[in-house]
Design a protein around this ligand. Structure first.
Ligand SMILES: [Zn+2]
Ligand SMILES: [Zn+2]
Length: 238
């Protein structure tokens, strides 16, 4: 199931969408929702996925992907209701690269349709290096986490990114993990961390970044780390 909306069309819709109208097709919506029922159903739902990393699974009987079976990651549970495809890709691009508040709020609302069953006691956004944040104008994960914290009532913890990580695209799993070592640190003002926390990010690509941050949180005393992301890039290699 894919929405055949092109990027310029989506961008135009998001800019022009009015309250009371679906952001994806401009049909009338029920009060308070940013989308219509038909578009909601057609979203690229991540229906059957690995419990640890949310990579889509092909076998119904599987609970974990091959990677997580071989080497369980520090993140215990990843909630990513959507695949990074179709309308969700467009929405995230508009949010991230055009800093569209309308797209950001739609993502928050979509994430809130599938609140993790065990949300933990605090949220922690995946931090961005200050140089990257300046380039982009904002840290999209922090913005999402602030909105989700406000809506769920969960407190928001802080971490810092100390290393400007080069593109991970050409690296394999081991190289990515090595590349990220020493990147994150819990903020010094964060004391007495809760036992169970949930990281927040927009997209989980390989899981390497979230796992690196999870290791830092675990080293600082957290017992269980989960991830709440808007979308998952399907790797198709399990
Ligand atoms: Zn619609
Ligand atoms: Zn997995």
């Amino acid at each position: 199931m894919r929405l055949s909306i092109t990027w310029p069309r989506m961008h135009q819709m998001l800019r022009g969408a009015l309250p009371g109208y679906c952001a994806f097709c401009l049909a009338r919506t029920v009060a308070g929702q940013g989308w219509c029922h038909a578009c909601f159903v057609e979203m690229p739902w991540n229906i059957k996925s690995c419990r640890h990393c949310a990579n889509p699974l092909h076998e119904r009987t599987q609970a974990l992907c091959g990677h997580c079976l071989r080497k369980p990651p520090p993140i215990r549970h990843t909630q990513a209701a959507f695949l990074y495809q179709a309308a969700i890709t467009e929405l995230i691009h508009d949010f991230k690269f055009n800093a569209s508040p309308r797209a950001g709020m739609l993502l928050v609302e979509l994430m809130l349709t599938t609140v993790p069953r065990q949300p933990g006691a605090a949220l922690l956004a995946v931090p961005m290096h200050p140089v990257r944040a300046r380039e982009r104008g904002f840290n999209q994960a922090q913005w999402l986490a602030e909105q989700l914290a406000r809506r769920t009532g969960l407190p928001l913890l802080q971490a810092e990114c100390h290393k400007l990580v080069a593109s991970q695209r050409t690296l394999n799993r081991q190289e990515r993990a090595a590349n990220l070592r020493g990147t994150f640190r819990m903020a010094s003002k964060t004391r007495a961390l809760p036992a169970h926390i949930m990281l927040v990010d927009d997209v989980v690509t390989t899981g390497a970044t979230g796992n690196a941050l999870a290791e830092v949180a675990i080293d600082a005393g957290v017992e269980r780390v989960d991830m709440w992301a808007a979308a998952r890039t399907p790797l198709g290699d399990n």
